[in-house]
Design a protein around this ligand. Structure first.
Ligand code: ADP
Length: 536
């Protein structure tokens, strides 16, 4: 027997309507390129977004057409976030930190028709415009500079709308947006999100155990809106009507902390390197900025070290650990303490906080080892595989990536992990970053995490280097703190209580900086190239 409920579509216009009707007075604050603060609210956002949708249709947008954005985080990017999908188009956020050739490849592959671009990012656009021709280019102008030839003003586009407009018919399975994985492994691949996936993910992502965002929050979005849907936070904020603070291009620690202070931020989100910088600034200037009581920081993208969590705790900032991927819209697991664990000693609490957390509702997780599905014993390592309603079922144009999905319908994350008896998922590495020493696996992530707890270390990466006897051995690559020093022996002594002897780094190399990807991950491939001639 079928249920007798309405067949109400899970599409984005509902969230836009809700924000406009219920929360018109709630603020959206943006820091513009010249550092000035711009204030608007969901009421204005609602009106302007609908004008933008209408204007896009007038400009010739057809259902399913891709519209790219090349923008920092600010209110007009938010208008595009909602305006493109609500007009039936597909929001394609371009990663402005990629090499121009990669951006061109991605825009061509996605067949983007229109582009919305910040004037301060026109130099990036100039570098790839010869390689992909957009039909129309709308420039968001903050500096009043003249428009380049062939470009139009975003505000002029809005003026072409009448304000009397209704949404097109959108099926919940229609595409809403797309993001390309930043290509840490091979060519960038397009992930195509549906309205249904994003709406369900928005509902789940906001839950207290996951991000835990409510109407009374003031949310500072550090994670770029081009990185995996801005971790879905723009959608969650509009749904619950929380205040939204958008930092523009200014994401250095001082600027971030100023916003914490002036906008009374209660929730923020970013990769570990952002919080590392914030911690150093707070350590240098304790008490300089007001931090709201109970403020939380969502952190993912790579593993946050324990020393970072402890440090932030000292300043009243609680780091909430999440794991996700572009292919998961992006959220997969979230860290919190299960009540059956009772009162836990400090050490145990941090041990749990270091795990990537528990699978969120509707994301199934399993570990696939050499011998099949692994038990949840916290020991048996294998590939983390997932499935769920906001997990990609294929890449755009099915780029011969069939091996990313198992025959029985699970997505292969490429992450190596264990799951313990309680269901906590703990990542040990990406498949290609594991270190095989004497036939046993060593987790570079665990070692890095521990090394970053040493007082002389600012950042560390551990890579595998071929070894004549042991196959591979771990090399610690370290950025020292200003004026500090450490030797290999001292580092080994520091690590010895936490690891088996054969896990300890075989060598230590100092570098002025560790290379990162455009989304803040350590570029292990680059490091392995840099140290390919390393001699033990
Ligand atoms: P890209 O691979 O394009 O940089 P993603 O952001 O989709 O972009 O990367 C997802 C990967 O990031 C995951 O497969 C995992 O390896 C890593 N990652 C994400 N969150 C965490 C986390 N909390 N701890 C460790 N690694 C993480």
């Amino acid at each position: 027997m079928q249920g007798l409920m309405m067949n109400y579509p899970l599409t984005l216009p509902h969230i836009l309507e809700r924000a406009g009707k219920l929360f018109p007075k709630i603020e959206i604050v943006s820091r513009l390129p010249d550092k000035k603060i711009h204030r608007t609210n969901y009421g204005e956002f609602y009106k302007r977004t609908r004008l933008f949708s209408e204007a896009l249709q007038k400009a010739g947008l057809k259902p399913g057409d891709r519209v790219a954005t090349l923008c920092w985080n600010h209110y007009r990017h938010l208008e595009a976030y909602f305006g493109i999908p609500c007009a039936g188009g597909v929001l394609h956020t371009l990663n402005l930190r990629l090499h121009a050739d990669d951006i061109a490849y991605i825009a061509s592959h996605a067949e983007d028709r229109f582009l919305v671009v910040d004037d301060v990012l026109l130099p990036v656009y100039e570098q790839f415009k010869g390689k992909h021709k957009f039909e129309r280019v709308f420039v968001i102008r903050s500096e009043g500079k003249p428009l380049p030839a062939g470009c139009e003003d975003y505000e002029d586009l809005l003026k072409t709308a009448s304000g009397k407009w209704d949404y097109p018919k959108i099926d919940e399975n229609d595409a809403l947006g797309m993001c390309y994985t930043s290509g840490t492994t091979g060519k960038p691949k397009g992930v195509l999100y549906s309205h249904r996936a994003i709406v369900l993910h928005t509902l789940c992502g906001g839950l207290v155990d996951n991000n835990g965002i409510c109407h009374n929050d003031s949310l500072l979005l550090i994670v770029p809106m081009f990185h995996a849907n801005g971790w879905a936070l723009p959608f969650i904020c509009a749904m619950v009507g929380s205040k939204l603070v958008l930092p523009g291009p200014h994401v250095d620690p001082e600027s971030v902390l100023q916003l914490f202070d002036s906008e009374r931020v209660t929730f923020s989100a970013g990769v570990p390197t952002v919080w590392q910088g914030v911690l150093e600034a707070l350590d240098k200037n304790p008490g300089k900025w007001r931090i709201e009581k109970g403020a939380r920081l969502a952190c993912g993208g790579s593993a946050p070290p324990e020393a970072l969590m402890r440090g932030l705790d000292r300043h009243g900032l609680y780091l909430k650990h999440l794991w996700g991927m572009t292919e998961l819209s992006p959220l997969g697991t979230a860290g919190y303490f299960k009540q059956n664990l009772g009162e836990l000693p400090d050490e145990k609490r941090y041990a749990i906080r270091k795990t990537q957390g528990l699978p969120i509702p509707y994301v199934d997780c399993r570990i696939w080892s050499d011998t099949g599905e692994a038990p949840w014993d916290g020991k048996t390592m294998g590939e983390l595989q997932v499935r769920g309603p906001w997990v990609a079922g294929n890449y755009f144009k099915d780029e011969g990536e069939g091996d990313k999905w198992t025959k029985d319908g699970w997505f292969r994350t490429g992450d190596v992990a264990v799951i313990d008896e309680e269901g906590y998922v703990k990542l040990t590495d990406r498949t290609k970053d594991l270190i095989k020493s004497g036939g046993e696996w060593i987790s570079s992530v665990d070692l890095e995490n521990a090394i970053m707890g040493h007082p002389a270390v600012r950042e560390a990466a551990v890579i595998a280097i071929p070894h004549p006897k042991w196959d591979e051995r771990p090399l610690a690559v370290v950025v020292k703190k200003d004026g500090a020093d450490v030797t290999l022996d001292e580092l080994k002594q520091f690590l010895a209580p936490k690891f088996a002897k054969w896990w300890l780094p075989e060598g230590l190399a100092f570098v002025p900086e560790i290379p990162h990807t455009s989304t803040g991950k350590i570029q292990k491939l680059k490091l392995r190239e840099q140290f390919q001639n390393w001699k033990w």
